[in-house]
Write a protein that binds this ligand. Sequence first.
Ligand code: SF4
Ligand code: SF4
Length: 477
Amino acid sequence: MLYREYGTTGKKISLIGMGTVRLQPDKASFSKNVALVLKAIELGINFFDTASTYAAGTAEKVMGEAIKQYGKHDLYVTNKTMLSMDPTADDVLRRIDTAISNLNVDKIDFFHMWSVLTLDQYKKIIAPGGPYEGALKAKEQGLIDHICFSAHCSGEELVQILNDERFEGVILGFNALNYRHRLSGIKAAGEHGLGVAIMNPLGGGMIPRNPDYFAALKQGGESVVEGAIRFVASHKEVTSLLIGVNEERDLLEAVKAIENDNNIPVEQWHSIANKMNPIDAPLCTMCDYCKDCPKKIHISRQMGSYNEYILSNKNEIHFHEWRKMFCNSYPFETVDCIKCGRCERICTQHLPIIKRMEEINEICGREKEKQEGLLKKYFPDSGYPKTAIYGLSIDAETMLRASVTLYGHMPENIWFFDSNPAKWGTKVLDSDRTIHQPSELRDLDIERVIITAKKYEQEIREMLKDYVKDGTIIDAL
Ligand code: SF4
Ligand code: SF4
């Protein structure tokens, strides 16, 4: 294993780190997940990325069990707080206490302000009484070592955040497809002396799913995944690549990739990446040359989401997931393109941007109709029973946001519940409502439960038997 200095912290981090978001969340997989962490340690990995919601709230405990068995030694663990979950300093202190207990550690090595999408969000994070203040207090109390952040901003926005010199490390999405978009940010992070951990080095699975498209990354007979990992690792500013691990093969392939390094210089990797763009379905390279749209549309992020649409064989669900991440847009939110053509005249890839924007609006229009139908079905004007929304899945969040956007308010007669203790008491969608624990279902006299997390529907149905009163309607979104 290769190790690199994490910024100026004095800590040496393995070039391959383990992400825990993809661990199987069911109870039966717990010991297998612990074994995966122990295998990673055996392979020389000492950097583990966790968060309270990863693997449906089980990731921290998996890591905690592995630490109990192996010891903390020279392992470094990250954890995170998100503005929407922990808007105040006190919320963050509570989050850290819980994480320390779950992880079986005395302190968290790298604590992140999670998923900063815009400068506006950043300002809320650093405002007096906000999450950053909570992290500073935790650092003073010796509960965390380093304050870091993770971001989906453009290179320029990142530079502005970095210029404030508040952080010691950053997690960024960076890969062979979006590298132009993020390169300036990664370089700036390196220049400011930050540790740089990379999420999505495989483009969120897009690269392994499209091996033919990305075949040029295969240099010297290795797999496209190995090439993609070496592409990222060739950037000297990068401290560690976080590989989302689901099975042992994920670990072995990533570790093999950096052991086989055949020293291709970074400039050569860039020229390889620049050639991977056929004429029949050109992809946006997220270079941001088109950034001055008169309607303030973030074109590269819309087109980056459209990339995912093309590469997933026009899978609309996949498109919405990426658009949410890139643009912070809900599926029913259209773009206000006035077809001025400015962006097309300067697009480096000659993309039919206006046509793609129209297609995006068609997809979003279909989603708007779907949301209107769901709201009518579950919350008709004629009235509906006192309802619990169980597990705020992305589908449920989308429906409730659609209600706010289309009708100006959320359905009134609803309460929120979740099985994950990390979510109890946290705020729901910028409202004053909070998430309750299942034991409160009876006290609140709930008459109907809508389970929104399809994956756990059976498990939740079983569990609810102990918590709801007779006659409660159990529904699923
Ligand atoms: S064509 Fe649309 S997206 Fe392009 S610059 Fe004009 S308004 Fe913006
Ligand atoms: S739309 Fe064209 S100019 Fe704009 S970011 Fe994508 S490739 Fe670059």
